[in-house]
Ligand binder design. Structure first.
Ligand SMILES: *Cc1c(COP(=O)(O)O)cnc(C)c1O
Length: 442
């Protein structure tokens, strides 16, 4: 479930503590640690959970799943070894298998519908393709996603995958999806659902790598506590880090890094969360103003007070502004923004000094991380995309064109995509024609 029935988000009622288990965790594989972590939050039988986890990470090309690579005086946590080369695979591969399991148990089907500006679409498609109980419809703004991202989505020809190029903006795509999902009756009869980043299961899958890094570094002298630099858009990834911190992991700071869309960076320095215009940047997966998971943190920041949170969110929907004085836990967060020039300079410098190519999202994290890290313990920068996904920025910074065989293989592949104007009635018809209404009254 994404949104709760009352429109709020779901959180655990407490955070189980694992701070004293780091030595035990060092001997576990990524998959075993995932089972260990997730079983603290869910009541699936352990063998079932273990099978879902094994299946989910069998699609990753690196035996470590999320390897930690030393680069100069910091480390890079590579989260991009999944099928679409972005960190979203870590959560969505798991979510696809988890949904599949639940749907078989309940003898139900699920039709996923998502709007994407790029990375989410391909990762969501990769998590659903070929599954018998799930279908997916992905709306992208025609001509406004990178050609590479478009090919990653439209070259998937399985019959349960539907790509729609909408003659409009990403906001149009989002509005169409939202309107459709607001019709509760239509949503029920056509078994429609979402896989957006507010789903708790996605966050849970991301908590695993924070704990794993802490366990890995606990083996070496002087490497703890860990400061993580996290390139941030919807506040999902960094909220998973916050959960790991609440669980007692030896985390010193979570450094929230944004591009020019710096609403979150401003909040963490001033307590003022005010909407502005969305700027297009070289790190487009972070071109976001309203961060959908921020509400989760805000709940804790106002002292776990649901009534106060509801009031803040209600005011925000009219005024576009939230003001919070001295939040309780703000001390684990540090925040900053990186400009286009700073991001390109970081890519160039890290390549020149260390021979390592950063994608622009990761470079935003590295820029702000190095600026704000106090030198205690370790600095770990989360690498959220493979550089070959964003070749133009990397080439501009270094003169090198990064490649990856998965992306090279897309060249010349057949594609399938439908076209549509930004019209909610047409989208509705599209769904009606393809997904029969269920008549079983479930
Ligand atoms: C989605 C994404 C992000 C932002 O992550 P959030 O969980 O939305 O904060 C950063 N980098 C890349 C490459 C992404 O795809």
């Amino acid at each position: 479930m994404g949104l709760a029935d009352d429109g709020g988000l779901i959180l655990p009622d407490h955070y189980p503590l694992v701070g004293n288990r780091m030595a035990e965790f060092t001997s576990l594989s990524f998959q075993d640690l995932a089972v260990e972590t997730m079983s603290l939050f869910c009541n699936l039988p352990r063998e079932t959970l273990a099978r879902i986890v094994q299946d989910s990470y069998s699609t990753f090309s690196h035996p470590e799943i999320t390897p930690l690579v030393p680069v100069g005086n910091f480390q890079v946590l590579e989260l991009f070894h999944g099928p679409t080369l972005a960190f979203k695979d870590v959560a969505l591969q798991f979510l696809g298998n988890l949904f599949d399991h639940c749907l078989v148990q309940r003898n139900q089907d699920l039709n996923i519908i998502v709007a994407t500006s790029g990375d989410t679409g391909s990762a969501a498609i990769a998590s659903v393709r070929g599954r018998s109980r799930m279908r997916i419809v992905v709306l992208h703004p025609k001509g406004r996603v990178s050609p590479l991202q478009e090919r990653q989505m439209t070259s998937v020809l399985e019959p349960n995958v539907f790509n729609i190029a909408v003659d409009g903006s990403f906001d149009d795509c989002q509005r169409l999806v939202k309107e459709l999902l607001q019709d509760v009756e239509f949503k029920r009869t056509r078994s429609l659902g979402a896989v957006n980043s507010i789903n708790w299961a996605r966050l849970l899958a991301q908590v695993v790598y924070y704990l794993r890094v802490c366990a890995q570094l606990s083996r070496e002298k002087g490497k703890l506590p860990v400061t993580f630099a996290v390139p941030t858009g919807n506040f999902g990834d960094i909220f998973a880090g916050y959960v790991a911190w609440r669980m007692g992991a030896p985390i010193r700071r979570l450094i929230l890094a944004t591009n020019e869309n710096d609403i979150l960076a401003r909040f963490f320095s001033t307590g003022d969360y005010s909407l502005g215009q969305v700027h297009q940047t070289i790190a487009p997966s972070m071109d976001i103003q309203i961060a959908s998971n921020f509400e989760r943190y805000l709940y804790h920041a106002v002292g776990d007070d649901p009534a106060l949170l509801r009031e803040l969110m209600r005011n925000f929907s009219h005024s576009g502004r939230i003001l919070v004085e001295g939040g309780r836990d703000r001390d684990v967060f540090r925040a900053g923004a990186a400009s286009r020039a700073e991001t390109l300079a970081t890519i160039a410098e890290v390549h020149k000094q260390h021979g390592y190519l950063l994608d622009p999202h990761t470079a935003v994290g590295v820029t702000v991380g190095r600026r704000l890290w106090d030198g205690v313990g370790s600095l770990v920068a989360l690498a959220t995309a493979h550089p070959a996904k964003f070749p133009d920025a990397v080439r501009e910074a270094t003169g090198v064109t990064p490649r990856h065989p998965i992306l090279d293989a897309l060249d010349g592949k057949a594609t399938r995509v439908d076209q549509m104007p930004p019209d909610a009635a047409q989208l509705r018809r599209y769904i009606e024609e393809r997904f029969p209404a269920r008549s079983d009254g479930r």
